[in-house]
Design a protein around this ligand. Structure first.
Ligand SMILES: Cc1cc2nc3c(=O)[nH]c(=O)nc-3n(C[C@H](O)[C@H](O)[C@H](O)COP(=O)(O)OP(=O)(O)OC[C@H]3O[C@@H](n4cnc5c(N)ncnc54)[C@H](O)[C@@H]3O)c2cc1C
Length: 410
């Protein structure tokens, strides 16, 4: 009799669990609530544009990304190792000249921080490059803001660079995220690139899925309850499992009284512009404290045949809390783009309010130990460790390994 392994949730963590199980000869079944796989890795096609469900980047240095994603089969645009800073119509550039020499002069003259700040940026990057990831997650009980201040960075560079840059990553604007996450992400940015697949973030899902041959996928199969080894689907049907990997927050449907996950949200708006106002593949940050817009980018790569009469897709992310209606938000964002970035939008396409974008976790870890809920359920998902694709993939693998070990022991 084959072992009945059910994976609840077809996001990155569920897919990584399936990949690992298949590699070891098992034939799991994925139960996915929606009509598509990928979870938060989602791209919609709208008016011919690929719109990601929130702006997110693929960090090529993530250890699990290197393991589960075949970069030879994934066309990506790499962002430059730096950022374009916008405030009141002025722009300046800051970046890593050791990786792109043309960043040297703009970085030195950038008003974003002092020379000492710029030296500290390189120093920190060197230090973290040499530090093992597991060691970074050993914890230092500091917020990112406290860490930066203690490291010697001035308030100027914190406000002008670190705050907007990491607000876009942490999806909170106080730098209150534990410093371990900052150090981990900084290390990843220093050793690899932030990339975007040409077809949107959904291409990552297709890439991870490709090697799967013996996994059964059931879409629109929402799990309503888990009781011991019995899974009840929303339509009332039941399944008996030997092992269950819950690759999503199951606090509401499982009888093990798991605490509910708290979430961080953001809004991403898509516009078209009649010309490409940012000529490089680089992330733009609005550094004005009062601005709603945090980060902007042209998600499509600069092409040599790009002409100014082509319409360009602009992605804009808002993290700050506000009470505006959608229409008011669109109008406010358009005004800020004009005021701070000198960007005139042509048309507004769509906006996404993403309520459950990243888990809001106060104690972070690097997924290495299996987490169980009761006798049959092994947990996976970024909410167990840290809000990243790396944690999602790795947690799926850890859960799959634990299931295989349990099968061996039984
Ligand atoms: C706007 C945004 C920006 C981000 N930026 C980055 C970034 O720059 N870098 C980075 O590394 N990460 C980023 N992330 C995070 C990254 O996308 C996630 O860490 C990763 O996709 C999480 O995968 P997961 O499998 O843990 O969870 P999910 O992707 O949430 O997958 C869970 C799956 O379970 C399904 N499900 C839920 N309940 C049930 C049920 N009852 N029955 C069956 N199925 C169920 C869901 O439909 C979903 O498909 C970002 C995410 C968002 C949304």
């Amino acid at each position: 009799m084959p072992v009945a392994i059910y994976i609840i949730g077809g996001g990155a963590s569920g897919l990584a669990a399936a990949r690992h199980l298949e590699e070891k000869g098992f034939t799991p079944t994925i139960l996915e609530a929606t009509d598509r796989l990928g979870g938060r890795l989602r791209t919609d096609t709208y008016n011919g544009y690929n719109l990601d469900y929130g702006f997110q980047v693929l960090l090529t240095a993530y250890p699990s990304v290197r393991k589960y994603i075949d970069f030879k089969q994934l066309n990506t645009v790499h962002f430059e190792p730096g950022a374009l800073l916008f405030k009141n119509g002025k722009r300046s550039k800051i970046g890593d000249p050791l990786r792109k020499l043309s960043f040297l002069l703009p970085t030195i003259i950038s008003p974003a921080g002092s020379l000492k700040d710029k030296f500290l940026v390189f120093k920190l990057s060197r230090e973290l490059k040499n530090q093992k990831t597991e060691r970074i997650f050993k914890g230092n009980n500091k917020t990112t803001l406290a860490f930066l201040q203690e490291y010697g960075f001035s308030n100027r560079i914190i406000e002008n660079f670190f705050k907007p840059f990491f607000t876009g990553i942490f999806l909170e604007d106080k730098l209150a995220t534990p410093a371990e996450m900052f150090c981990f992400v900084y290390k990843m940015f220093s050793t690899g690139y932030a990339a975007l697949p040409y077809g949107g973030i959904k291409d990552v899902v297709e890439n991870i899925l490709k090697p799967l041959k013996n996994t059964t996928v059931k879409l629109s199969a929402k799990v309503a309850a888990i009781d011991g080894n019995t899974i009840t689907l929303e339509d009332g049907s039941t399944l008996k499992a030997d092992y269950i990997i819950a690759a999503t927050d199951i606090s509401g449907i499982d009888n093990n009284q798991l605490p509910a996950v708290q979430w961080k949200s953001c809004t991403t708006l898509y516009f078209t512009t009649a010309k490409r106002y940012i000529k490089e593949n680089i992330i733009g940050l609005v550094t004005d404290n009062g601005a709603l817009v945090n980060n902007i980018c042209y998600p499509e790569p600069v092409k040599t045949d790009d002409t100014d009469d082509k319409v360009h897709l602009l992605s804009v992310t808002v993290v700050k809390q506000h009470n505006l209606t959608d229409d008011e938000l669109v109008a406010a964002v358009k005004n800020e783009l004009k005021k701070h970035c000198r960007i005139t939008t042509e048309s507004f396409l769509k906006l996404y309010h993403i309520q459950k974008a990243l888990p809001d976790i106060t104690t972070l870890c690097y997924p290495s130990k299996p987490v169980k809920a009761g006798q049959y359920v092994y947990l996976a998902g970024d909410h167990l460790a840290n809000g990243s694709l790396d944690a999602a993939l790795l947690s799926g693998e850890v859960a799959a390994k634990a299931v295989i070990e349990a099968i061996g022991n039984n």
